[in-house]
Design a protein around this ligand. Structure first.
Ligand SMILES: [Zn+2]
Length: 473
């Protein structure tokens, strides 16, 4: 038997198949072909993984790789972080597809397109017929579903509920950044979102961002958020660990367009207008995303102010608003049945500089807050199942996609990664190219016309609930 790749001597951790041992692993034709001690070749490529851990490829279920949020650097940053598959959590889908075609690093990517007044819908209260058309258009453009931007660009509660109902009926993925015109992005917003889902499948992103301790003790808010989700088996959730959030710094008519940006300025003691934002940048409360050399960095002070002005305010930004008193417990908390209260660990990264699954997620392993197998559960198994990829990704049995992330556990960083058997990251350098785009059947042309490799997701295959997901394969 000849193979394309053999990784030798790594410690393979594949909890879905009960594997936790030092063994060789071989790939052929994009799939896992063999596991075992001393696999005999030949192989086109052999890599020594001695002293390293070999995990199912990291799947980040919440990233941003559109022009809207630092997308040009996103594929590079995800690859550097050891991620092999990701879900863009806003679109716009055309920008995500264009950037994937232009800057792909070998990732597999899917996208939910935003429902945004003045952009994809006309008002804050779109009716079902307008939403139906918006979903059809998003699907033709390659999106697997829709994202309600709630806390940033809220809709009425009724329209938010309609989006979720529509996607449930159409078998489209739907995510809801909690918050409506009536309720802010906090625990009350989370409670409202859970109610508005009305039993339909829902992906609840970044649970930590509803429990920031703005209104009560952060530890208590984390527990309350986890307890709340217990009552909703139709909801699949993720949280992230980074201290920074991600906002838009764009202003219209003298105020930040995003409600979340306004709220965070107020939280820092600044006026929620353009002048207040300028002061916050100078004072070090607001951090502007400056992209340079394929990376997005956080900057404050006069140079950041200049970058913001040069972009005519249309640039990403962050505030340090996520206390570790909530981010760490939310990553750890369990339900009474022993499963995780928050299904996955994601980053809300991509073009935003917080692709920290290894850096911070593995820090939890060092602290015994998670076992390495639990880390794999939250960063590969759970998101693979949610994305309808549970048969082919999230594990390393022969026949599965040869998606692998090889980590240096002591250094908390990825060393190598492979997507469908092709190298993405080698010894810390990004070597991958192209993008495999997960699209609905209607989105096939949008992918192939851009030179993207399509992976068709049948309606209903993405299944953001805690019930076992049907397989897409
Ligand atoms: Zn996000």
């Amino acid at each position: 038997m000849s193979y394309d790749v053999i990784l030798r001597g790594g410690h393979v951790v594949d909890p879905a198949n009960g594997l936790d041992e030092i063994t060789d692993i071989a790939f052929k034709d994009g799939k896992i072909a063999a596991l075992g001690a001393d696999i005999t070749g030949p192989a086109s490529r052999e890599e020594d993984a001695t002293g390293l851990h070999v995990l199912p490829g990291l799947i980040d279920a919440h990233v941003h790789v559109s022009g809207w949020m630092g997308g040009a650097a996103g594929h590079n940053m995800l690859a550097l972080a050891g991620v092999t598959t990701a879900l863009d959590m806003a679109g716009p889908i055309e920008s995500v597809m264009d950037i994937a075609a232009a800057t792909g690093t070998g990732l597999t990517l899917a996208c939910v397109d935003y429902v945004r007044p003045g952009h994809t819908v006309s008002t804050t209260n779109p009716q079902m017929d307008e939403l139906t058309e918006a979903l059809a258009k998003a699907r033709r453009a390659g999106a697997v579903g829709l994202k309600v931007l709630g806390g940033h660009f809220p809709l009425t509660p009724e329209a938010s509920a309609r989006v979720i109902e529509l996607c449930g009926r159409e078998g489209a993925h739907v995510a809801f950044h909690a918050g409506t015109l009536e309720t802010p992005q906090n625990l009350r917003g989370l409670a409202e979102a859970c109610e508005l889902a009305a039993g339909n499948p829902l992906h609840m992103p970044h649970v930590n961002s509803y429990a920031r301790g703005f209104e009560g003790p952060p530890l208590l808010e984390a527990q309350q958020a986890a307890d709340m989700l217990l009552d909703y088996p139709n909801i699949w959730s993720e949280s992230y660990l980074a201290p920074i959030n991600g906002n838009s710094a764009k202003c219209s008519n003298g105020i930040p367009e995003s409600v979340a940006t306004q709220r965070n300025l107020t939280a820092g003691g600044f006026a929620a207008n353009r002048e207040g934002l300028a002061e916050a940048i100078l004072a070090g409360w607001a951090h502007i995303h400056v992209s340079r050399d394929g990376l997005t960095r956080l900057e404050t002070g006069p140079e950041a102010l200049a970058a913001w002005q040069e972009a005519e305010t249309n640039i990403g930004m962050s505030f340090y608003v996520n206390p570790s008193e909530t981010t760490i417990p939310l990553a750890m908390l369990k339900r009474p049945d022993g499963s995780f209260a928050i299904d996955a660990l994601a980053t809300d990264g991509g073009g935003l500089p917080r692709n920290d699954l290894c850096e911070r997620g593995l820090a939890l392993v060092h602290l015994n807050a998670l076992t390495l197998a639990q880390f794999v559960q939250k960063t590969s198994i759970a998101p693979a199942r949610m994305m309808g990829l549970g048969t082919r990704k999230g594990h390393l049995a022969p026949g599965a996609d040869a998606d692998v992330t090889v980590i240096d556990l002591d250094a908390r960083r990825p060393v190598m990664s492979f997507g469908s058997g092709k190298p993405i990251l080698m010894r810390g350098e990004v070597v991958g190219s192209g993008t495999t785009m997960i699209v609905p059947p209607e989105g096939l042309d949008a992918a192939t016309s851009r030179g993207l490799t399509p992976l068709i997701a049948a309606p209903g295959s993405f299944h953001p609930t805690r019930h076992p997901a049907p397989s897409a394969d």
